[in-house]
Design a protein around this ligand. Structure first.
Ligand code: AMP
Ligand code: ZN
Length: 113
């Protein structure tokens, strides 16, 4: 499959990995929009959030737990952070393997899009 994030999971493309377990990978965004900009992905290929199934609910929830733990480890718990998913064209999705952006380390602008 020609999916750049699957290639990162397979270690065919390098990435700065900050967390990994059997079903989740987190790595630094190559074009950071904030001092902290991490992408969290399921190892299971799901093209976008609209494709999740009831059986994926635990996985998607665990990704959020990992994001919050990373935010805490990076000292962002008190001042806060943003966790974002872009879905398809109108949502601004560029990579079609579902991912969540963990952004923080500065005051982010109001979310107008
Ligand atoms: P989205 O617009 O939500 O699909 O976001 C895709 C994100 O993936 C963008 O912020 C890109 O900078 C990031 N990205 C693309 N290729 C790579 C890569 N090889 N390693 C890390 N981040 C990447
Ligand atoms: Zn993929």
């Amino acid at each position: 499959m020609d999916c750049i994030f699957c290639k990162i999971i397979q270690k065919e493309i390098p990435a700065q990995i900050v967390y990994e377990d059997e079903e989740i990978l987190a790595f630094k965004d190559i074009r950071p929009m904030a001092p902290v900009h991490i992408l969290l992905i399921p190892k299971k290929h799901i093209s976008d959030i609209s494709e999740i199934l009831p059986e994926d609910a635990g996985l998607i929830g665990r990704i959020h737990l990992v994001a919050v733990n990373l935010a805490r480890e990076l000292g962002m718990e008190e001042e806060g952070f943003r966790l974002v998913n872009n879905c398809k064209s109108n949502g601004g999705q560029e990579v079609f393997h579902v991912h969540f952006h963990l952004l923080g380390g500065r005051k982010l602008g109001a979310f107008a899009g």
